[in-house]
Design a protein around this ligand. Sequence first.
Ligand SMILES: Cc1ncc(COP(=O)(O)O)c(C=O)c1O
Length: 458
Amino acid sequence: MLDIPNSNFLKENNAKQVWHPMAHPNEMEAIPPRIVVSGEGVRITDLDGATVVDASAGLWNVNLGYSCEPIKQAIADQLARLPYYAAFRGTTHPGLIELGYRLVELLAPEGMSRALFTSGGSDSVESALRLARQYWKVEGQPDRTKFLSLKKGYHGTHFGGASVNGNSNFRRAYEPLMPGCHHVTAPFAYRNPFDETDPERLANLCLAALEDEIKFQDPQTIAAFIAEPVQGAGGVIVPPPGYWPKLRALLDRYDILLIADEVVTAFGRTGNWFGSRGWGVKPDMMCIAKAITSGYFPLGACVVNARIDEAFRNNKDMLGAIFHGYTYSGHPVGCAAALACLEETFKRDLPGNSRDEGDYLLARLRDLQTEHETVGSARGKGLMLALEFVSNRDAKTPAGLKYVGELANLAYEHGALVRIAGNIMILSPPLVIERADADAIVGAIDAALTLNKLDPAA
Ligand SMILES: Cc1ncc(COP(=O)(O)O)c(C=O)c1O
């Protein structure tokens, strides 16, 4: 058993025997990661006793904060009753049946019909890509194998997901990736190759470029287009309101499936129950994970609509058998956590609070933009927000990594843990935050911007 008070042991061995995801091992040894020992409400406490607001909600997933007793109790009860059973051919368990029922019910407005459970977001994306290819084979169009996606998109780290990712950091060291994956410009008003700032004109330009790529590839070779309703890890890129409805119409014209990667956006993050719902769009497949259990247990799902469900049901040979899935697909403890989590999400109207507190936070972040020259852009939707730092506002020159790293350190010292991606600060606090917590986050960032003496251009 770990002896938590033995802080010397923990500090001496921090990042020495393990590799941390998304970091260079040498950097982690030089600047050791913070050792988080407990969490309560929307706050976490580290080994040295500092308590701060978790403005990241873990990794966009701890929507209910750290003290959701009903989820903890559901996990404990399930562990006592049945800690594991498999969902492969021949067996199932009550939690899996009930969670499938609840999800399809919850996603009725999107016309979703079936779920395949996974252990997390990357699994859910991989499942969607594989099932999309299988769908077209079952439908008698085996040439439809390619995938289109957005630059700056993030879809996890499995080979399929990495292949549709739109950021070279997640690709370069692992290339060659999957052939047949092609990327188009994201509708990002702050930075785009068209130099277009008007949102709707930008949406039209991006969609015209997508249509051009579809024609170039030959639509009859394309299985699906995958995108996040609001691009998260790429820097919180909120598309213009017209983008998704027009995207759906464009894909329909060429009979291309739409996969919504809702791993971050599902369950209230953007101020709607689902990101797609916020845009008034019905995807063919949805990838969900993270907040389905508020991060208390690893679980995800790929959910498909009636069109796809029916194609598999109409299949009369083994081509329609799902030769895909995981040992932990529909883990009983994860299903129990998710059922309790969904109930709490409803009870506490997390999408509503995300909208209200998100609007408030965005307004306060725009105040910071007015007050501090290095804030080039303040943007977001619901409680999915970002500040982008620049050394020159007119030229939009990205601020240096040392400057941005120092901002995160200072913000922590002043009461908020924030996440940094390049020159962007990502804010995704638990959806249960209250006004005072939002003010604490803004206060910490304001102090960091005021006290940071490093040169943003260095
Ligand atoms: C949009 C999106 N898809 C997929 C993933 C991968 O999820 P996981 O890290 O649970 O595998 C993430 C993770 O942040 C994500 O943001």
